[in-house]
Design a protein around this ligand. Structure first.
Ligand SMILES: Cc1cc2nc3c(=O)[nH]c(=O)nc-3n(C[C@H](O)[C@H](O)[C@H](O)COP(=O)(O)OP(=O)(O)OC[C@H]3O[C@@H](n4cnc5c(N)ncnc54)[C@H](O)[C@@H]3O)c2cc1C
Length: 391
């Protein structure tokens, strides 16, 4: 097995790394203080194509493999999470519904818009009473004559909703059908009957917004349906495979940034007449952090590789495993880094406490860690049942 990355991906990695170091990290504190992402940073994200890393070239994206996309995101994760919420999320749950299930007309119309960052897309699945149990959504879609649907319901926690120009809305034709009734629709901002509700303030992630989306008799043409009726749930899960794969890589990048800061601190801070890193307790903490980041990185790259193989069964479990492991790992690394920095780590003078808060969300969104365990366990049981049936 060859673990060497191809030269074009190494080049991409270096390019994004340099951009993050020179153009994003210097404005991290500004984003945190003002809650605004500076236009020059957005322009840089667009210039590098980071709104369309995994979008095919034919539709205006960089056409990178999922591994390439993950390498870019790993670097992006070393800056404020708002940059990733705007660009990376636009790649997976923003663009994927159209890429995977849109008509050619919808793909031509929207994917280049999204890949260029001119339009931001949002993914509206969660409702107040249906988060982990996404098949229980109550937003209803009624056929309105031959050519239209009427959508009614309220979504919540929708990332980028206040700035989005386009929404993939998941609604049910009949709640009694469960997952089989769910259908996906593309809804443009400004469509009568669609409005943004309350913006929900989160523990972290200033500069990115998560809000309610209210659909009140929102009439949309049947051409905006993504896939057939009843295929929306499966589509949502396929998009989330991409999302979870990206989040796995995100965790690796954020943890690497923390480790770099921790090593730097431990190399210059002295206690009891020695540098921190010369105390074995700290040395072991750093070694454990490095080892767990390395393991999570391998899992993240494997998930990306599996995604590129288009092997649905293995891809879903690999994506869930990567997000599960990454989410736990980055929280441990964040906590250890904060500990190594002591009081300075807990203070708002340094970015440690911010990254500690930012990375907590990975255990919740795009499917919680408990749901990732459920995916892994169910796959495990299916394999065991197959083996038992074979004997
Ligand atoms: C910052 C942020 C951004 C988000 N962005 C989006 C977005 O863009 N689009 C979108 O549609 N949604 C979005 N979400 C919603 C997110 O996907 C949900 O919050 C998540 O799926 C969990 O759902 P819930 O919050 O309703 O928790 P619940 O489903 O109520 O679960 C509560 C807790 O119980 C656990 N639990 C639930 N069922 C079980 C079980 N069977 N076994 C064991 N444990 C269980 C869960 O893991 C969780 O810890 C976002 C959320 C956040 C915080």
């Amino acid at each position: 097995m060859d673990f060497t990355l191809p030269p074009d991906l190494v080049h991409l990695q270096e390019q994004v790394r340099q951009f993050v170091r020179e153009e994003l990290q210097p404005v991290d504190a500004e984003v945190e203080a003002t809650g605004q992402v500076p236009e020059r940073a957005l322009a840089g994200l667009r210039r590098l194509g980071l709104f369309g890393t995994n979008t095919p070239r034919d539709y205006g994206g960089l056409g990178l493999s999922m591994l390439g996309s993950c390498l870019a995101i790993e670097e992006l994760a070393k800056a404020h999470i708002a940059f990733y919420f705007l660009s990376g999320v636009n790649v997976h749950i923003g663009s994927k519904p159209i890429e995977l299930a849109g008509s050619e007309t919808l793909k031509r119309r929207w994917l280049p818009e999204l890949a260029s960052g001119r339009t931001i897309a949002a993914f509206a699945l969660t409702e107040t009473e249906a988060g982990s149990d996404a098949a229980a959504i109550r937003t209803i879609a009624r056929r309105d004559g031959a050519g239209h649907y009427l959508l009614d319901g309220t979504k919540t926690y929708i990332t980028n909703a206040p700035v989005a120009g386009l929404f993939t809305v998941f609604a049910t034709l009949d709640p009694a059908l469960g997952a089989k009734g769910i259908t996906a629709f593309l809804v443009e901002a400004g469509t009568p009957g669609l409005r943004i509700g309350r913006t929900i303030e989160m523990a972290a992630g200033r500069g990115s917004a998560h809000a309610e989306l209210i659909l009140d008799g929102c009439r949309i043409p049947a051409e905006n349906r993504l896939g057939d009726e009843g295929t929306g749930f499966a589509l949502a899960m396929r998009c989330l495979d991409a999302g979870r794969t990206h989040w796995g890589a995100y965790c690796v990048g954020a943890a690497q940034r923390l480790l770099d800061l921790a090593v730097e601190r431990a190399s210059c801070r002295e206690t009891f007449g020695r540098r921190l890193r010369e105390h074995q307790g700290i040395e072991w903490m750093l070694a454990d952090m490095a080892a767990s980041i390395h393991a999570a990185r391998l899992v993240a790259y494997e998930a990306a590789w599996r995604y590129d193989q288009e092997d649905a069964g293995k891809r879903t479990r690999a994506a869930a495993t990567s997000k599960l492991i990454g989410a736990d790992m980055v929280q441990r690394v964040a906590d250890a880094t904060l500990q190594i920095f002591g009081g300075a780590g807990y203070s708002k003078d340094l970015p440690i406490e911010r990254i500690w808060r930012e990375t907590r969300v990975v255990k919740i969104l795009d499917g919680s860690s408990e749901m990732m365990r459920r995916i892994v366990a169910r796959d495990l049981f299916r394999a065991a049942d197959r083996r038992n049936a074979a004997v």
